[in-house]
Design a protein around this ligand. Sequence first.
Ligand code: CP3
Length: 367
Amino acid sequence: MQSVDRSQFPKLKNDLIIRAALGETVERPPCWIMRQAGRYLPEYHKVKDGRDFFETCRDAEIASEITIQPVRRYAGLLDAAIIFSDILVIPQALGMKVEMIDGKGPHFPEPLRTVEDMQKVLNYHSDVLKELDWAFRAITVTRHKLNGQVPLLGFCGGPWTLMVYMTEGGGSRLFRYAKQWLNEFPELTHKLLQKITDVAVEFLAQQVVAGAQMLQVFESWGGELGSRDFDEFSLPYIRQISQKLPLRLKDLGIHEKIPLTIFSKGSWYALDKLCSSGYNAVSLDWSWDPKEAVKINADRVTLQGNLDPGVIYGTDEIIRKRVEEMISGFGGGKSNYIVNFGHGTHPFMDPEKIKFFLEQCHRVGSL
Ligand code: CP3
């Protein structure tokens, strides 16, 4: 396991996103994009060179290079880097096998289907520092290589979203197994969600020790739960993360404020609650009219989002208009709003169009 001398990290030259996330009105909305590194970039394929996805994440040199690629390509246009990794490393730290199949996505050869399967994970002693040692190394190397140009974001999956992958065995349309667990074995479900939450808190805290300067929790399947089940199976665990993380960071000797963002995709019914869940920022998918979200938020948190990624397939004229509408909807350039997509980039996107989008965000955001 590595030991990190945090005093040796390069000085941060662009702290726009940190200040915005902590509620400061900044000179222009900071910009980053979910999945800003990855398959739409030709330089990603070049470096990945046909390697297995998780092998790529585990190699600190390669993972750091891929993380920095978009920052380099869009020089001066991106205000954050996000470490190249995946939310599915927590199930791996809980002893589960996860494969990434080209063109298909994640695959768990042994998903949780029986009470015995569940007990096995519940009894697994996860030493996060040891199991995810490679993830912390990649963060430390990347933080040094970034040389303070922009902050480095760490992340993890939301407990409910991770449970979906662990029980379904991959992506899903019906969520048959995950929903069966919720409704047939709610007590075991809560135990699993608690176990994932405990690992998530430790994983996030150790990412900060390793060099992460801001954190995001991705509850990507939040919208699959209705309001009632979200309140029982997602929100309490999301709240635990925001409550326990600062305590754990203090324990670890970290006293600076580390901004924390929650992205719960499709949870339109929960925005009011998410704004009072102890997070600094709430990231929105594109179903939201920014003005509505601003009203509901009532200045409690920093809002992030929410361009429909599909707009990137549009004409320059449409992209320009959508950027103007989005930024003015969130309160204009001088605010604490953070530009992002409502979900990740697609592999088919033209990197030049994304550049145009970012340039427009800078133009409109600086008005
Ligand atoms: O640039 C970044 O945003 C950082 C890296 C990152 C990846 N995954 C890399 C990745 C991040 C933040 C994630 C998070 C993630 N992973 C989420 C939450 C965000 C979201 O999209 O909702 C989820 C649900 C996953 C699980 C996952 N990983 C899926 C469903 C897939 C397959 C589908 C897809 O988009 O490819 C992955 C694979 C994955 N994660 C890739 C990348 C670059 C593609 C792998 C490849 O190169 O073949």
